[in-house]
Design a protein around this ligand. Structure first.
Ligand SMILES: [Zn+2]
Length: 421
């Protein structure tokens, strides 16, 4: 019965990116979904699919759902606050006091509830999230995502040093709590755990070591932050003089590509460090709104792509100011244009490139989604544009939506073939 529900055909103006170079465009075609996976896009329905139910979406645009590879669910309430500060002051003044409130499960349920509604409304079908250090609140976030039908990796944050007392965990207890939570969710099809040291400065060597062992033991992915802010980089070098470079701290403890790894920001890396990202298949997550809001710097995305690095995109709320991934795409292009104006050899990113990052590129972290190629999990958005925009070509409709659309343009969402309410 369930399999049948997830088998259907949508007709409309279909667009996705199979590669970064260009859009694959299928005007007035049929997207065939069988048992929650994409079977293909066709101009005529193949005979074997003729028995499936068909929904005609008219001139509406049909695109893959968005993937947000880096955001902080507990910072939803602090969007826009403290943006005149840089990273370390902003954490101290705004983020840590806000995250402390998540020791209260009722507060967590309220904020996480609105966060989960907002990502669903924004067309984000898959996301990789930081929670807080609190197990009970993290459990609430897992449950809310599951109930909503969204897919995500959720990380209970680990911090046991260099943070306010109220967020400082006991090292061994933190590892026990993390293992308990990941055991509870490791087998879920859509909502999964991810190992999440906040960043090198707020973990002791013992905590990093324990987290690396958990990642290895359960073959779990890892996420953290790397080289966001110059003050932060100097601090890491003082705290871990034996490792000599920020990334080496993670590498030392098995948290840098030993299992699939996301590193948010990666703004101030040397050419050798960029080459290492490629070699170790570590994915830097570009968070362009955050680059600007916290005056951190401009991530050299073109340079990374040219070095063979796979670059992801993240909203990074609350250092980012919106969970709407089209805004992140536009900002990524704008940041790369600023970068090009300073470094002429590094050309700005194109719309197909950032669209790929926010769909198929990020979708690879989830085992293959964000595209309409056969076999991908069927994460789908149906977009309605104002009537006067119907004269645009399919590609122009997409351009219009990314630059001018809002979440209210998104009429339908599907995750793995399941329609979200
Ligand atoms: Zn972050």
């Amino acid at each position: 019965m369930k399999t049948q529900e997830k088998s259907f055909i949508l007709k409309g103006d279909i667009l996705f990116t199979a590669t970064m170079e260009k859009f694959s465009v299928f005007p007035q075609s049929y997207l065939v979904v069988v048992a929650g996976k994409i079977a293909g896009v066709y101009e005529q329905i193949p005979a074997k699919y003729l028995s499936l139910p068909i929904e005609d979406k008219g001139k509406q645009l049909i695109i893959p759902g968005f993937v947000d590879l880096h955001t902080h669910a507990p910072q939803f309430q602090q969007i826009g606050l403290g943006m005149d500060d840089e990273l370390l002051d902003w954490l101290e003044k705004y983020t840590f006091p806000e995250e402390n409130k998540f020791k209260d499960p009722a507060y967590a349920a309220k904020i996480y509830g609105s966060f989960v509604d907002e990502i669903a409304d924004s067309g984000t079908t898959r996301s990789v999230l930081f929670a807080t250090i609190h197990s009970e609140a993290s459990q609430i976030l897992f449950d809310l995502l599951k109930t909503k039908g969204l897919s995500a990796y959720v990380g209970k944050v680990n911090m046991d040093v260099n943070c306010p007392d109220f967020l400082q965990e006991d090292t061994e207890q933190s590892l026990i709590d993390t293992e308990k939570l990941l055991n509870a969710w490791a087998g879920d099809a859509l909502v999964k755990p991810i190992i999440t040291p906040r960043f090198a400065p707020t973990s002791t060597r013992r905590q990093l070591e324990g987290l690396g062992q958990l990642a290895q033991k359960y073959q779990l992915p890892v996420q953290s932050h790397l080289s966001e802010n110059e003050g932060e980089i100097r601090w890491v070098e003082e705290l871990f003089p034996e490792d000599k470079a920020y990334y080496k701290v993670y590498d030392h403890y098995g948290l840098f590509g030993q299992t699939p790894t996301l590193m948010a920001h990666c703004i101030h890396l040397t050419d050798e460090e960029i080459a290492l990202l490629a070699e170790k298949k570590v994915i830097p997550v570009h968070c362009p709104d955050s680059n600007l809001n916290l005056t951190s710097g401009l991530m050299p995305a073109r340079k990374m792509l040219q070095a063979g690095v796979k670059v992801g995109l993240g909203s990074d709320v609350g250092a980012g100011n919106s969970l709407f991934m089209p805004q992140t795409m536009v900002r990524a292009i704008q940041v790369s244009k600023m970068y090009e104006m300073q470094h002429r050899e590094d050309k700005a990113l194109t719309l197909p490139e950032v669209f790929f990052m926010a769909t198929k590129g990020g979708g690879e972290f989830f085992g293959g989604t964000g595209t309409f190629e056969a076999g991908a999990a069927a994460d789908i958005l149906v977009i309605e544009l104002p009537q006067q925009k119907e004269v645009l070509t399919v590609e122009e409709k997409l351009q219009y939506f990314i630059y001018n659309g809002t979440k209210s343009s998104i009429k339908e969402k599907y995750v793995a073939g399941q329609k979200l309410r």
